[in-house]
Design a protein around this ligand. Structure first.
Ligand SMILES: [Zn+2]
Length: 107
């Protein structure tokens, strides 16, 4: 983001759910979600062993993600969730569009 002159963010700001980036003035919280842990539709696969354990665990993660999002929204925040795989260089342009759209209130 520094490279692209997107400013006003900080890391590790104390906010519910520990967002990866917080734009305080814009009240935008950005989470970077691991593809496996957060059940990315493209990359998440339930491991072949201990299937019940993993299903329950990943379902809890997804539930928690939803709760964090709705609570932050009730408090007037906008929430942008980014998949780990979107951080790849080839996805950069699209990702920057999403961040800019969210910052300008269109997200
Ligand atoms: Zn993914």
């Amino acid at each position: 983001m520094r490279e692209h002159r997107i400013t006003g963010w900080r890391r590790g700001a104390p906010l519910l759910g520990k967002p990866d980036f917080v734009f305080r003035a814009a009240k935008l919280a950005v989470f970077v979600d691991g593809c496996f842990w957060h059940g990315c539709p493209r990359h998440a696969r339930i491991p072949k062993t201990r299937v019940a354990f993993w299903k329950a665990k990943l379902a809890r993660n997804a539930q928690r993600d939803r709760e964090v999002k709705s609570t932050l929204r009730r408090r007037g925040w906008r929430v942008l969730r980014i998949w780990e795989h979107e951080l790849a260089q080839r996805n950069e342009a699209q990702l920057l569009r999403r961040i800019r759209a969210a910052l300008s209130g269109l997200g």
